[in-house]
Structures are given as structure tokens and as C-alpha cells.
Design a protein around this ligand. Structure first.
Ligand code: NAP
Length: 151
């Protein structure tokens, strides 16, 4: 990923779900370089704290909030912790995601699709629901990074 334009996110409060790995982690580092104040969410506490420490080393404020986005109460707590820490929300990036690959007619266990929907769809929906009133106050943004591919 190329570097984001310098200073655009200075002091903006950004929540990044799925920040322990992949796209979410890389976005966290890019936002940290731009001076954003970060709230990093995922289930794996150790990996999340490592990312938060790296963001702090870059020079950004960052906290790790252990969150399972399939649990509505975790998403509510994520937003509450953000507000208690920074007082507002400018950005919500829903990067927490599960993916599955393969030919549809070869799947015997359809519960995998339920898990994908719980994380990718409902996880984004819950976080957006609780963050929306505060995003509206700051005229902020919510983004989804969930991809669906069919072959
Ligand atoms: N990377 C690519 O090049 C690429 C390209 C096109 C599309 N995509 C799509 O983009 C999405 C993300 O890709 P990625 O490469 O970033 O995947 P990834 O490296 O597997 O990261 C997924 C993130 O989601 C978190 N997560 C999973 N379940 C969660 C849950 N229940 N609650 C909270 N967090 C959860 C994981 O953290 P924990 O396990 O710690 O919870 C992890 O931080 C996927 O749908 C993928 O198919 C990726």
C-alpha cells in the first residue's frame, strides 16, 4: 500500500477492527504515520497489543480493545471505550473479516458461511450501529473492507 497523504488524518480518532492482521493492521500503521488517534480491535489480545505498541513507536496514540465483532455487546463496549478515551469518533474502518475459498458445490459444511456472515456482515453492522451517532456528530466515515467473490 502506498503512503497516505501527509497530515490528512492528524488527531482524527479512528477505530480499526481486524487490526491484528492483514489489511486492518496495515491501515493502522498508515494512519499512525499520519498522526491519527487509534482504537485497535480484534480478538487476539497479544497481536493487537503488538500492533498498538508499534503505532505508539511510530508516534501515534493507540489503544487495543479486545473485541469479538460477532458479539453485539463487545461492539457496544468498543465504541464506549473509544468515547471514554478520546471523546469522539471520526472514522470507523470495519476490516475484521473471515474468508473462505473453494467451489460452492464442494462445500459440505455450510456453517462456514454462517460464520462469514456473522463476522463480515453482522460485525460491521453492530459496530456501525453503535458508532453512527458519534460519526454523524463529527461528519465522519465508516468503511467496509469485506470482499465477496464468486467463481
Ligand atoms: N489481503 C488481501 O489481499 C485481500 C484482497 C481481497 C480481499 N480481501 C478480503 O479482505 C478481508 C480481510 O483480509 P485480510 O487479508 O486483512 O485478512 P486477515 O489477515 O485474516 O485479517 C482478518 C482480521 O479480522 C479479524 N477478525 C476475524 N474474526 C474476527 C472477529 N470475530 N472479531 C474481531 N475480529 C475478527 C482478525 O483478528 P483476530 O483473529 O485477532 O480476531 C484479523 O485481524 C477478507 O474478507 C479477505 O477475503 C483481502
Amino acid at each position: 500500500m502506498s503512503k497516505l497523504n501527509s497530515g490528512v488524518f492528524n488527531n482524527k480518532v479512528a477505530i480499526v477492527t481486524g487490526a491484528s492482521s492483514g489489511i486492518g493492521r496495515e491501515l493502522a500503521y498508515q494512519l499512525a504515520k499520519q498522526g491519527a488517534q487509534l482504537v485497535l480491535a480484534a480478538r487476539d489480545r497479544l497481536r493487537l497489543e503488538e500492533v498498538a505498541n508499534n503505532c505508539q513507536t511510530i508516534g501515534s496514540k493507540a489503544i487495543a480493545v479486545t473485541t469479538d465483532v460477532t458479539k453485539q455487546e463487545d461492539c457496544q463496549q468498543l465504541i464506549a471505550t473509544t468515547l471514554a478515551t478520546y471523546g469522539g469518533i471520526d472514522m470507523l474502518i470495519n476490516a475484521a473479516a473471515r474468508s473462505i475459498g473453494g467451489y460452492f458445490d464442494e462445500f459440505s459444511d455450510l456453517s462456514l458461511f454462517k460464520t462469514v456472515m456473522e463476522v463480515n456482515y453482522f460485525g460491521s453492522l453492530y459496530c456501525t450501529h453503535y458508532a453512527l451517532p458519534y460519526l454523524q456528530k463529527t461528519k465522519g466515515e465508516s468503511s467496509e473492507f469485506v470482499a465477496w467473490e464468486a467463481k
